[in-house]
Design a protein around this ligand. Structure first.
Ligand code: PMP
Length: 546
């Protein structure tokens, strides 16, 4: 039923399970934005002719609708930003020493990088320390976790930054209890509501937080627009760090005075279309949030219980008291290859670190798969997804038998080019993929001791190392990746490199266009931009040391 409200599904046949990355746009949002662009366009808060007044009215109406959605006391507490990332940076960069009463910044262990890095900068600026609120095994949050967290929130705590719901684990954190304790010790609370806003009732007054932030594109609205909500008294004290037109009330060549919030934080021409589009998203939730929450809850409960009962996968985070986000790993399969297999089956889900590297480190994993549900998803989509996961695990017909990499890999095959013909001849993804998996077995493996940071290829989603291994003394490059597909790709690059060196007139690595070569083989189109960057980094390393 909700699905019909999203034009994307009229033209697309993929199973979209990546709403935590970005949601699909509501038809009403697209229409509002288009109508404004076509018929109503004028700047806001500047000119006074009727069209400009109308634009300002729509912009402020949107602010009021957001205030209503999150139960803000007044609209002026809602600041439009470009998204959650900008909101968090504005808070962290604008905080003045007088606003803080302790020395410690407390961060929840599952925070997104956007809710970690700005605090690291603040800690350096004001000489504060950072302490982490840890989670239980596999990222679970329990009553005991809460008791421990509350005991850590003491008089020395200056600020707590925590997501309302985790973008990796789905965990919903008891923000009201955390903020109550924060108030008792006069600590500021900054809540990242990016993953909560489209999936649950948000009442900033009941939560009792000091700041609450989120992004429009995670709530069926436009990209490039977001919200920083703050208690008015804090917004008055917070320094504006983005300076320019419209945020000032008096300027001389030497100095300026600022407007009152929220305009104080909205320097420059704002994203007017984005803000106005957000109005339609807020209205959508206003009318049917309860039904949306119930629908997602039913889907997620079914999915999480099915997934938790599949032998051979590990599910991370809470499966009760969670938004509709579920992260998991296959226990004894190559997870990267499994993700590629799911993409090829038409599932749009995310594999990687989800901008939460410290969390993944603490879970002892380098990447995981994440399924995230929006109100437009259906039970049959999830049934097909669970079937696909089961198919990947079931040995019959599966190409994903576990391969434990050993140091004694077969030396790289003489480059007769049969592998190359097989890749050129592959007519489907499945065949290309099979060839890559076969090739992955030929990669001369870099031994474990050499898989250290100096040999790590940065920028890849999977962990990747490449070097010449000194004790083999054969001048050959050796590599390793925990992803079998990446090992296959490395093999292709190294085979080609050897082939080039064996020519009558050798071609050195730095003279050869490996990227064009991968494209010729039809391999580059299988990788996301992020993975292409990883491939570029790998090629650069081969060119640097080959
Ligand atoms: N916080 C969380 C929990 C998120 O999931 C995201 C986006 N993945 C962000 C912050 C950053 O949002 P944006 O990129 O829209 O600024």
């Amino acid at each position: 039923m909700f699905r019909d409200d999203f034009p994307f599904f009229h033209s697309q046949s993929i199973t979209y399970l990546d709403s935590a990355a970005t949601t699909q746009r509501l038809g009403a949002v697209i229409d509002t934005v288009n109508t404004f662009a076509r018929d109503q366009n004028a700047s806001v808060h500047r000119s006074a002719y009727p069209l400009a007044n109308e634009a300002t009215g729509l912009f402020e109406q949107s602010r009021a609708s957001i205030a209503k959605l999150i139960h803000a006391k007044v609209s002026d507490e809602v600041v439009f930003t470009s998204g959650a990332t900008e909101s968090l940076n504005m808070i962290a960069n604008g905080i003045q020493p007088s606003m803080l009463s302790g020395n410690v910044l407390l961060l929840c262990a599952s925070e997104h990088h956007a809710n970690i890095l700005p605090w690291q900068k603040l800690a350096a600026r004001l000489n504060l320390s950072i302490r982490i609120l840890e989670l239980g095994p596999n990222g679970r949050f329990t009553e005991e976790t809460l008791t421990e967290w509350l005991s850590i929130i003491n008089d020395d705590v200056a600020l707590i930054a925590c997501a309302h719901a985790s973008n990796v684990l789905g965990n919903i954190y008891p923000i009201d209890a955390i903020c109550r304790k924060a108030r008792e010790v006069s600590a500021l609370s900054v809540i990242d509501g990016t993953q909560a806003i489209a999936h649950m009732q948000v009442d900033v007054q009941k939560l009792g937080c000091d700041f609450y932030v989120f992004s429009g594109h995670k709530m069926y609205g436009p990209t490039g627009i977001g919200v920083m909500w703050g208690k008015y008294e804090h917004l008055e004290k917070l320094e504006a760090t983005k300076l320019g037109g419209e945020m000032v009330n008096h300027v001389t060549y030497e100095s300026y005075t600022t407007e009152a919030p929220p305009l104080k934080f909205e320097a420059g021409t704002p994203n007017i279309m984005g803000a106005i589009g957000l109005f339609s998203a807020a209205q959508y939730f206003g009318h049917q949030l309860e039904q949306i929450v119930a629908h997602e809850h039913a889907l997620y409960t079914w999915l999480s219980h099915k997934m938790a009962n599949i032998d051979g996968i590990t599910v991370y985070g809470n499966i009760d008291n969670s938004i509709s986000v579920l992260s998991f790993r296959f226990d004894s399969l190559d997870n990267h290859s499994a993700a590629l297999m799911l993409y090829q089956k038409g599932f749009a889900l995310r594999f990687g670190q989800h901008c939460a590297m410290p969390l993944l480190d603490s879970l002892g994993i380098d990447a995981c798969l994440r399924v995230s549900i929006g109100c437009y998803n259906t039970a049959s989509e999830l049934e097909r997804f669970v079937d696909a996961v089961n198919e990947i695990i079931t040995p019959e017909g599966s190409t994903f038998e576990h391969q434990v990499a050993s140091e004694q890999s077969a030396p790289i095959e003489e480059p007769h080019g049969a592998w190359e013909q097989a890749l050129f001849g592959a007519t489907s993804w499945a065949e290309t993929h099979r060839q890559l998996l076969l090739l992955s077995k030929q990669l001369p493996l870099l031994c474990e001791a050499q898989r250290h940071d100096l040999n790590r290829v940065e920028g890849c989603e999977a962990s990747v190392w490449l070097d010449k291994q000194p004790r083999h003394n054969d001048g050959h490059l050796r590599g390793y990746s925990d992803s079998k597909v990446v090992r296959g790709l490395m093999t292709v690059l190294l085979l080609k490199h050897h082939q080039n060196l064996g020519l009558a007139v050798p071609i050195q690595a730095n003279e050869f266009d490996f990227e064009a070569y991968l494209a010729d083989l039809g391999l580059s189109s299988y990788f996301s931009e992020g993975r292409k960057d990883g491939m570029k980094a790998l090629i650069q390393r081969i060119q640097a040391i080959g």
